[in-house]
Design a binder for this molecule. Structure first.
Ligand code: PRX
Length: 633
């Protein structure tokens, strides 16, 4: 196991060491894993290209570290506990031995179906254990997994399949979510009609047993292809810098990009952070409520916990089914020790009333975590009092798809906590605040743009198929720094508070969304001439989506038109991108160079038009009043 920091003194010492001798520090962590062959070089880096290589020359397979390594010591311990959507159905447990056998069987099935090292395999699945099994099986045979959140539309799925030229899709028949069974295979069928010529086979896991269309030429049932497979499978030998997975995420421009993570560094960093941030102890039950379709699920449901030999829970359902006590019932039932969720879930449950959380035995909780978006003080206090009962420190963890693992967070019981503050960098992480000119903002009680000035093992290596985009988005804003896209404040004592995105990315219920992406979807409606999307404060979602639309005459206030716009967005991206508010306007405020002044639109969307700043330099200043009037502010 990697080091587990225990005291504040030690945190400070280790942090110091990690900055002074980063290579020595990371080599020590890496040495705690099983490598088939040791690395030649700990780190080579250049943020210009960018080119970052960790543990080069090292050979490994991450699944040997997630599974095989634990067989002798904790083979009979639960690796995954799966809690189904149906509260009356029994939970299912896989011990490390069982999980190893299932992963080996599916690895053999993948190989038998023509998947080889380096092939891309797309996932479109609900939160079932087969998802974790198949992800690990890909890693075992050196195939690259690209998991797509099962809430995305067929078009969004097709875009991702094509971008990564995936050879296979693994899906389920249906997704059991709350009271509904949502078709999954049908969405894959629809996506494959949209030019996904690289797909040769689709493996379908039978989840609910509902009806599906079948194409004998390419569709294969999971249970058929798993039949009689050997329960051992020699893991592929991977170079430390070989690709482990691609995960698509939204940016301020263009289509979502495929963030690439590699084997060695990702392994070391996710295990190291899991071990420290959750202070996991042998025998604990750990539960992260994220979906594996996002980075949180990759790093802290699957890889981090399994690398640490932990028991990790997977939950199929939603927090409000059958009612808003579901999370707490599960915590009580499985005596959960570490619980990790998103502020949007906390706010939604808080709004339902305390009676749902009160009366549940949550005394096993030692650590409660938050991730994905800023947590407001009311939600932080409620989480602390009602869930943690004042005894379980809240870890407000800041990180990103691109960082691979948690970067800034309190360490529970070790560093202090303060509402809304992610607080302190993990040892090994060197954050820096800069101003718009890239100059360091020094001292305390200041604000700036959050950058990271030294590489860490699980950082993004490239954006799939487009390295230049990676350079441009993350490494071109400021010289020799990784730019996060977030604004950040440092308080008088040096704690860090993430303020939110400073680019055209919004965070809706913890889901990252590019405003340009939503605009492009809206613009597909034939009556739309132009649109501008901004975020606005939303009580539950954190940010809501506000769409300003210039459209053909007669559309203003037309409920059908609004319905159609939402339908178009649902079709192009998925229901998570549906605008909360749509406003037909006669024009959009623009600069003389034709750029939309989003600052003004954001202000009006927030319901406050009191201080719009200088609008005299606009190309069309008169439009501001018209937009205000339309918005009623
Ligand atoms: O704006 C920050 C916000 O979520 C963004 C990253 O989104 P994504 O790649 O989808 O990853 C989410 C899960 C790691 C960041 O740029 N964010 C994430 N965590 C926090 C946060 N904002 C405030 N506080 C956090 N703890």
């Amino acid at each position: 196991m990697t080091l587990q920091i225990k005291t504040l003194e030690q945190y400070k010492e280790v942090y110091q060491e990690s900055v002074e001798k980063p290579e020595f520090f990371w080599a020590k962590q890496a040495e705690t894993f099983h490598w088939q062959q040791k690395w030649d070089n700990i780190l080579e880096w250049d943020f210009k290209t960018p080119a970052v290589k960790w543990f080069e020359g090292g050979k490994l397979n991450i699944t040997e570290n997630c599974l095989d390594r634990h067989l002798a010591t904790r083979g009979d311990q639960p690796a995954i506990i799966w809690e189904p959507n149906d509260p009356n159905a029994p939970a299912k447990t896989y011990t490390y031995k069982e999980l190893h056998a299932e992963v080996c069987k599916f690895s053999n099935a993948l190989r038998a179906n023509g998947i080889e090292k380096g092939d891309r395999v797309c996932f479109y699945m609900p939160m079932v254990p087969e998802l974790a099994i198949a992800v690990l099986a890909c890693a075992r045979i050196g195939a690259i997994h690209s998991v797509v959140f099962a809430g995305f539309s067929a078009t969004a799925l097709a875009d991702r399949i094509k971008d990564a030229t995936c050879k296979m899709v693994i899906c389920s028949d249906y997704n059991a979510r709350g009271a509904k069974n949502i078709p999954v295979k049908a969405v894959v069928d629809e996506a494959l009609k949209q030019g996904c010529s690289s797909i040769e086979k689709v493996i379908v896991h039978k989840n609910t047993g509902g009806e599906v269309q079948w194409d004998d030429a390419k569709d294969i049932w999971w249970h058929d292809t798993m039949k009689d497979r050997a329960t051992t499978c020699k893991p592929e030998t991977m170079d430390s810098e070989d690709m482990l997975f691609i995960l698509y995420t939204s940016g301020s421009t263009g289509k979502p990009k495929g963030v690439v993570h590699t084997c060695g560094g990702y392994m070391v960093y996710t295990a190291y952070t899991f071990n420290n941030v959750f202070q996991y102890q042998e025998g604990d039950v750990y539960w992260c409520t994220a979906d594996v379709g996002w980075i949180t699920g990759h790093s802290y449901i699957i890889y981090g916990p399994l690398l640490t030999g932990a028991t990790t829970m997977m939950f199929e359902g939603v927090p409000t089914y059958p009612d808003a006590s579901r999370f707490w019932k599960i915590c009580e039932k499985h005596q959960v020790n570490q619980f990790y969720t998103a502020p949007t879930a906390i706010r939604a449950l808080m709004a339902k009333g305390d009676e749902y959380v009160n009366g549940h035995d949550l005394s096993n909780l030692k650590v409660i975590g938050s991730v994905g978006e800023p947590i407001n003080v009311e939600a932080w206090n409620w989480y602390n009092e009602k869930v943690g009962k004042g005894n379980a420190p809240i870890i407000d963890t800041w990180w990103q798809t691109e960082t691979g693992g948690i970067m800034i967070t309190p360490l529970p019981g070790i560093t202090d906590t303060k509402p809304c503050y992610a607080s302190y960098p993990m040892p090994g992480i060197q954050p820096i605040l800069v101003n718009a000119d890239g100059e360091e903002v020094k001292g305390n009680d200041v604000e700036g743009l959050l950058c990271i000035k030294f590489p860490w093992p699980s950082m993004i290596r490239t954006t799939y198929g487009d390295h230049e985009r990676c350079r441009q988005v993350y490494f071109s804003a400021f010289e020799n720094m990784y730019f996060t896209g977030d604004g950040c404040r440092r308080d008088a004592d040096g704690r860090l508070r993430i303020i939110g995105r400073v680019d055209d990315v919004i965070n809706v219920s913890g889901h990252r969304m590019g405003t340009a992406e939503v605009e492009n979807a809206i613009n597909e409606h034939p009556a739309v001439i132009e649109s501008a999307v901004v975020g606005y404060p939303h009580d539950i979602k954190g940010q809501g989506i506000f769409a300003y639309v210039i459209a053909q005459e007669g559309t203003a206030g037309d409920a059908d038109f609004e319905k159609e716009l939402r339908a178009v967005v649902t079709k192009v991206i998925g229901p998570i991108a549906k605008p909360d508010k749509i406003l037909v306007v006669p024009g959009l405020p623009k600069t003389r160079s034709g750029k939309i002044m989003r600052r003004i639109l954001r202000k009006i969307a927030s319901g406050d038009a009191s201080n719009l700043g200088d609008t005299s330099t606009l190309l069309n200043p008169e439009i501001v009043d018209a937009v205000r009037k339309a918005a009623g502010v």
